[in-house]
Structure formats: C-alpha cells, structure tokens
Design a protein around this ligand. Sequence first.
Ligand code: PLP
Length: 594
Amino acid sequence: MSINTDPQIPGVPDAAWIEKLANELFSALPDETPKPVLSPHLEDHPRMEKMLNLIVPGFSKAPAAPEGFQLSDPQTSLADPHFADGKVPPSATGVGVSPAGAVRSYTPSPQDIKPPVTAPAHPFEVNESVFKPYQFDHRQEIELKHILAAISNFEKLPQIPANAFHGADPAYYFLQNTPQPITQSPGVSGFNVDLIRQDFPVFNERVNGKPLIWLDNAATTQKPRQVIDRVSYFYEHENSNIHRAAHELAARATDAYEGAREKVRQFLNARSVNEIVFVRGTTEAINLVAKTWGDQNLVAGDEIILSHLEHHANIVPWKQLADKKGLKIRVIPVDNDGQVILAEYASLLSHRTKLVSFTQVSNALGTITPARQMIEMAHAAGAKVLLDGAQSVSHLRSDVTGLNCDWFVFSGHKVFGPTGIGVLYGKEDLLNATQPWQGGGNMIVDVTFEHIQYHKAPSRFEAGTGNIADAVGLGAAIDYVSKIGIDAINQYEHYLLEYASSRMQVIPGLRLIGTAKEKASVLSFVFEGFRTEEVGSALNREGIAVRSGHHCAQPILRRFGQETTVRPSLAFYNTTSEIDVLVDTLYRLRRGRN
Ligand code: PLP
C-alpha cells in the first residue's frame, strides 16, 4: 500500500486524510489529552505505545534513553527540523539552543533499535531471499495498514509480526517524506533504493508542501550522510594545512587528503597517485590543460577536434586558445538521435590534429559516446585525447588505463561529493613534461630569486592551499559509490531511464531531444505549447526539481533547433514512483491546456 500525497487520485487515501484519521483515533482513546499528529514521529505519540500494546501485547517502542540524556522532543529535534506543516522549529535556526548544563537530548540511534530478523540491516547487505529489491513495504506502511484495519474492524485484527516495527528504516515517522517504493522489480540484485535513500538527508525536505523529487542530477547530485559527516569530521578532528608541518593535525590532514587521492586513483583505475591532480572541478581541469599543455605545445595551424555535444566548459577554453594561437577547431557532427558520426570523425582526423577533446556522456542529451574507439582513432592520428567525465563518473565505470585517454576530468559534486573539488587525471609522463600553470606554495622544491625548481606531478599543479576538506569528502563519496557498486548503479539507472523514456515519449506534444541507443541519465524534452520555464515552474510546484534552459550546451541544442529544453536527469536514488509523479504532472499540464 502507498500513502497517496495527491488528493486527486480517487480511491487511494491521501496523506492529510490519514493524518486526520490518526488524530481522531488518538482523541477517541480514553484518559489522555489528545496530542495531534503533526510530525513524522508517530511512535512518540503518548497514545501510540498504548495502542500498539493492544494490538501486539508486550510491544515496546524505542529504547530508553541512556542516563544523562532525555528523549528529544520530536517537535524540536534538530535531527528532523522540518515537519509536516512546513515550520522549522526554533532550535534549527539557532535560537532555541539548550542552555548550558541542560540535559542533552537523545535521539535513538540506529544501533539502539533492534535490527529486523529478516529485513536488510544496511543498504549494502540486502537479504535477497526475503526482500526482493524495491518490493517491500515501508515500516510505517505496515503500521498504517494495521491502524486502518483497527479502525474498521478491531476484533478481527491479525497479529502483527514482532519485527514489524523494527523495519529497515530506523527513523521514527508517520507520514514519510520520501516517495513510495517502486513497484516493478527490474531484477537488479544487491541494490535497495529505499535503504539507499535513507542515507540522503535532503530527501526529508518538502518543496511547496510536496516531497522533494530531485531530478536535477546532471547539474549536481545530492550528498549522502557519509559524505556530510566525513567533511564535518575533518573540521572537528583533523583540520590543518597539509604537507608542511610536523605536528599531529598536519599529519592527520595530510593522511586524509592523500588517502582521498588514492581512492580517486582506484576509482579511475589510474596507475599512480601521481596522475591524480586535485582541482576545483571539471571546468578548472580543462582550463588547466588548455593553459598549460595547450599553450606550450600547440602552434598556428594545428587543429583541435571537439564533438558537437560538448558542454561550454569543453568549448570555451579551446576557442580562447585557438583565437590566441591561430588554431583551428573542428567539430564532429551528430546524427538525429544525438550520436557522434564516426565516419565524419574519421574524416576530420589528420596529421594536423593535435588534440581531440570530447565528453563521455552528453549533459544535454545523455548520449554515451564510443570513447574507447574514438580515443584509439585519435591516437592513430597522433593526437592526444582529453575525456570529459563530468557526466559519466556517476553512471559508468571509469577506467582511464583501459580507455587509454591522456587526460580525464570530473567534478566531485556530480558524483555525490562536495562542490569546489574535482580531478584532473593525466598520464604521469605527460604531466611531468608540462610546465605548471599557477605558481605559489606547495608546488616547488626550491625557490631563489634567480631560479625555481618545481615538484613533479601532482604537486606542481596544486599551487597554494587547496580544498583539503572537500577532497576528503570526495574520497568518502567514492567509498559510498564503490560500496553500492557502479555496475549495480548502472544497471538500475538503465532500468529507470527505459521506464521514464517509455512513459514520457507517449505524452501528447512531448518530444524527447536525444534518443541515442547508448544513453545515460538524461531525458531532455520540449513540450508543445509550453515554454520550458513554464514546465519547470509547474514541476517545481509539485516538488520536482528539473533544469530548464540551455544547460551550458548551446551548440548541441541548436543542432536540434532548440534554444532550451526541460531536462530531468536521474541518479541511483530516484524511483519509478518519482517518474510517475513527473509524468502525471505533465499529463495534468497537457489536460489544462487542451
Ligand atoms: N562538462 C560537462 C559534460 C558537464 O556536464 C559539466 C557541468 O555540468 C561540466 C563540464 C562543468 O562542470 P563544473 O561546472 O563542475 O566544472
């Protein structure tokens, strides 16, 4: 059973109705002052334990708080500052902080709650024999079924299994903010979207009174608790500048930072940590290559090949360089599905081609380019290759050694890590043969007024104090993704994309832009009779975040006769239920216009 948050769907109880019913039920129980159900903390209701005891004799709710703590008031708990009425309690804004010496509040931790006998205890430990992925009821749905049954037919109520209240979700809530589980099993094993979603605090947010549906993943991804906590931990326990001091915190910070570099190395399958340069993001990485290697090695008449799919970040630095040095930019065309035309690419390659720079996944259309083949073709012509991995790292396995690209670039925030941190991978010899870009501390071996000796890579490209904490956070994001498994992610997202495409392409007046056979994540479209901003705003009213605009990829949109599109984009924490809300909203919009 699902809690319906859309009161317009007939025959399914909506959230407000269930809340009202629960309040009526509690008020009807004798002897206690009614306390309205406003927040997700149903089990904290004074009458709840009593009622559950009627249903399951001996049932006991959350564990008692340890000595020195008191159970936090659900209405002021910092752990859950947003409530069904949309109000933020004063403590969340910093006004209601407990005075010194007050009893510390206590929210039961997952460890305090008895794990289910059969339910998976953790997203990465799915007991497949019992829980098929995407196919188990939420704990609160089980509760609700029995409450509703009790209202209509208390006598005949069946026994609730003892573990029913110790479901996979350790949080106490009544009306869950996250969307319902998807109902169709894509047959992906070892992956449980409901459990994964619990790692992302942002999914407790409501937007315009609706549960947040984040379909703007190509712009940036949401962060799991593990990343948020790791960055906080750094500032609480390790914060120091790196490499340059002999004290304990400098050692901790350096270990954490260099540990993150090793995680990136493994994630990309690079040969050495010396090939991993921390930068601000994809944009800075491409600029770095253009303004170092490009400036130092390219001469008038040389040619750079880009694909028509490129993000502005992979066009502007090369155009600036071309204008400065008299280079020629050539563009690989795409077909009407948005796929690069390899025969045309082959005909552009020549001895004049010094660089091919292209994206592995298009941010505007979702096209996956045949990177391995394109790299081979470029190398056969004697050109170097930069692969833009901004849109691929979160969806596909990255293998810089297998792909044999010369540079690979990505941003941490696109792969569930922090903003302001990204990576330039470069082959070690190539990096060491390239002169630095920015000068300053950290990148030199020795400085006199007459002579400067630079470090080898990666330090030679990391002048000044970098974004240490967020590099560490990126390491945590990589751990997170690796634990779920990029192949499981890829398989699940493929299912989601097919589901979304099949539902969207039959909506009257909707045209998908970008229909490549090999696609990832992105569902760009235009909707006849509507401006893209109008669609974006209508979706926002339903709590759905999508991008509408040119996506910093004007050339490819113009290739399809568009200045802007609406662009939902998926990640592994999205569900088919969310896609259903998107599709239903688009249908409603259509009906309103007809
Ligand atoms: N390249 C591609 C394919 C992108 O999608 C993006 C951002 O959307 C970028 C480059 C630029 O990334 P950033 O803004 O994180 O530097």
